[in-house]
Design a protein around this ligand. Structure first.
Ligand code: BES
Ligand code: MN
Ligand code: ZN
Length: 505
């Protein structure tokens, strides 16, 4: 897709769809005013008839019938001007892309909403981000759907000419880059488990590495065995599809790294529960149990394009969780890379076993901090609902910095406490710990299980079980995989970390 900036007068903009953001109650303001006058007030009269007031996410599509350069006009409500930040600007793009899809637009013009000069770049970036997110659909396996036809997106504003154009174009590229990483994560999550196997995920990681010059190492079952990853392999032992331990690494030019960050994602390509088998309904969407892994792998592409002065690792211990004659049994005692022994009382609490070895593995690479994302517990969905990520860490500073980045990126995350008393429930009579705790606080219990494996390394656990996958569209997301976490990770690594740890000039 081509993104560009145009300084054409709005009524003269030639394209299939011209999207015009409208603040609530501000139907007499530019940019709507400029187009409305060219149409002798037809647009504002239609808005009145259709009760279009510019309320958030309202949409009104109009056919100007040759009286404008554009084939269609879409008025997009943005709500109150006071609450207008990047997430609202992103929604303009999302709705424009959806409207464009509905009228098979090849080219879309986005009129620039009226904001102060200092905020223009952030708005442009967010709108481009939204267009790419909103254009997403997963129809690889559908015979009757045609691929998207959108080829060109123009931000139209007389204020973005001259020297400002270059800056605006860079913002467009960046917004689109991150969103395309989100879409790649969505594709991986939506891909069925008979396609998206651990080997398939490793293949995608290798492709990304090749395209962006990243280091990549994929370890086999035997290689993981040599490293002593007994917890990860205990989960993998029941599966016929071979596990793959995926490790990607981005390094800035020599001497420029101000910090080293590890991103870990749960990569259970299908979670049947193992011998502690899930009931059929609970199993239906369990192809999504690698959403964390998909997020960290896909985020690396956008991170590599942004070239931050930060060393970034992405790790995904990919495996299926299956029942078989070889599967681990409830009651088994297993030992991973760290030497800690675990009594496996429920084989459906498998994510934490795979993650424990991934965390210990990357800790030994001497990273400064570990951020891990996982569809870890149904309990987190009970606690926070479908739209919010549960964040757990013992480091207040890390929590503060990461949650601020997530907020800027428009991802809703909420911190849960690592209650010490709940940790006691993970004590085992026969091993160093067991893999399930008591009946209450399951999300916290899972977080507490993982904390010892990070040791002294600052560690943040994000439970994405709620937002990773959805039966119905919400916000910027279609139904199915959402790519949750990608935007927050990229924002954190490419802007938050360099701003906090970069050399002061
Ligand atoms: N992958 C599931 C968690 C999950 C549930 C993700 C719903 C997405 C949607 C995880 O492996 C799991 O099965 N967790 C158990 C833990 C329990 C056995 C302690 C759960 O949440 O029931
Ligand atoms: Mn499970
Ligand atoms: Zn799982």
């Amino acid at each position: 897709m081509i993104f560009d900036v145009s300084t054409t007068e709005l009524p003269l903009f030639e394209g299939d769809l011209l999207a015009i953001p409208v603040f609530e109650g501000k139907l007499d303001e530019s940019p709507l005013k400029d187009v409305d006058s060219a149409l002798n007030g037809r647009l504002s009269r239609l808005a009145g008839l259709e009760s279009f007031e510019g309320k958030s996410e309202q949409l009104l599509v109009y056919n100007p019938d040759g009286k404008l350069g554009a084939g269609r006009v879409a008025l997009i409500g943005v709500g109150d001007r006071k609450g207008f930040t990047a997430p609202e600007a992103r929604m303009i793009g999302v709705i424009a892309a959806r409207a464009g899809k509905a009228c098979k637009a090849k080219s879309i013009g986005l009129a620039m909403p009226k904001v102060t000069k200092g905020r223009q770049d952030a708005v442009v970036e967010a709108m481009a981000n939204g267009v790419v997110l909103g254009g997403y659909s997963f129809d690889e396996f559908k015979g009757d759907t045609k691929p998207g036809v959108l080829e060109q997106v123009m931000v139209v504003s007389k204020e973005l000419g001259g020297a400002r154009k270059r800056v605006a174009k860079a913002a467009l590229e960046r917004g689109a880059s991150v969103a395309s990483a989100v879409n790649q994560a969505r594709d991986l999550v939506n891909g069925p488990a008979n396609q998206v196997t651990p080997e398939y995920m490793a293949g995608v990681a290798k492709e990304i590495a090749k395209e962006h010059g990243l280091k990549v190492k994929v370890r086999s079952r035997a290689e993981c065995e040599k490293l002593g990853m007994g917890l990860y392999l205990a989960v993998a032992q029941g599966a016929t599809n071979e596990p793959r331990f995926i490790h990607l690494q981005y390094e800035p030019p020599k001497g420029r790294a101000v910090r080293s960050v590890a991103l870990i994602g749960k990569g259970v390509t299908f979670d049947s529960g193992g011998l502690s088998l899930k009931p059929p309904k609970s199993m239906e969407d369990m192809k999504c149990d690698m959403a964390g892994g998909a997020a960290v792998i896909a985020a690396m592409a956008a991170i590599a394009r942004a070239k931050p002065p930060v060393c970034v690792h992405a790790v995904c211990a990919a495996t299926e969780n299956m029942p078989s004659g070889n599967a681990q049994r409830p009651g088994d005692i297993v030992k991973g890379m760290s030497g800690r022994t675990v009594e496996v009382l429920n084989t459906d609490a498998e994510g934490r076993l795979t993650l424990a070895d991934a965390i210990h593995f990357i800790k030994k690479e001497n990273v400064d901090e570990i951020i891990e994302l996982s569809t870890l517990t149904g309990a987190c969905m009970v606690a926070l609902g479908k739209y919010t990520v549960g964040a757990m860490t013992e480091q207040d500073d890390l929590a503060k910095r990461f949650l601020a980045a997530a907020d800027t990126a428009g991802e809703d995350m909420w911190r849960l406490p690592l209650v010490p008393r709940i940790a006691k429930e993970l004590k085992s009579n026969v091993a160093d710990c067991k893999n399930i705790g008591g009946p209450w606080g399951g999300a916290i219990s899972a977080g507490l299980f993982l904390v010892p494996f990070a040791g002294e390394t600052p560690y943040l656990h994000l439970d994405i079980a709620g937002p990773a996958f959805s039966d119905s569209p919400w916000g910027v997301h279609p139904k199915g995989g959402t790519g949750v976490g990608v935007q927050a990770l990229v924002e954190y690594v490419t802007r938050s970390v360099p701003a906090r740890f970069g050399k002061k000039r």
